[in-house]
Design a protein around this ligand. Sequence first.
Ligand code: NDP
Length: 245
Amino acid sequence: MLEYQAAKDLLQGKTILVTGAGAGIGRAAAIEFAKHGATVILLGKTVKKLEAVYDVIEQAGYPTPAIVPLDLKGATEQNYRDMAETIGEQFGHLDGLLHNASLLGALGPFEHIDIPSLEDVLKVNVTSQVMLTKALLPIMRQAPSASIIFTSSSVGRQGRAYWGPYAFSKFATEGMMQVLAHECDGTSVRVNSINPGATRTEMRAKAYPAENPLDLKTAEEIMPTYLYLMGQDSSDINGQQFNAQ
Ligand code: NDP
């Protein structure tokens, strides 16, 4: 676990988009970024959950966030381009992008992989990240210094039996991070990945139903790595894989 103490105003004046901001790790990251001064753009599928996060941020007196309801499963390149244009008009540029939303999909033996469900997992976990990043890169290059964080998993670094499409998608995520980081070398944009490690969320409970959630770290506890990679203290870090625990 990274021993990192972020300055209170680490993200002051920055605009950061978080996908899957309505629940779990994305929710915690959005609130933590706002607490450190950022204006966060909350992207997610379920509007009610995004509104609840918006309220927490507003009530705490942090910078007023923005809400972007979007289902990554159905979104088209045009949807992402329109969104990027709106963000550009409203904020001028984008300083941070946390790719956090993911589908777990079905776990089970390889022979039982259901192809339509594999395609859904790859659409949400991989293709949507490509489309979102493609659309946002131009306004991220306008920022004095920008950070893109991809969310990986232990099964995206070492394959494991029965983890099927989710594991394939996380290997693709790591590959995407490395390719993009190499392209961004020496520019104002840096690109890294985080493996959150076992964290007390709905997704974890679905993957490990017999586990006691109270034995796990909370999403709030793993935030130092996210803050470090989003803020200026990591400005010369590019193409690296991090473990939040
Ligand atoms: P949760 O399932 O708790 O939250 C996932 C978030 O992604 C939700 O806000 C969900 O929105 C959103 N999301 C899912 N599908 C879509 C979609 N089609 N369009 C838009 N948003 C969508 O997951 P975690 O917080 O546990 O996981 C966050 C990240 O961390 C994921 O990338 C996961 O793979 C990774 N991870 C998590 C670990 C853990 O132990 N928790 C361990 C290793 C990696 P909605 O609620 O509206 O569906």
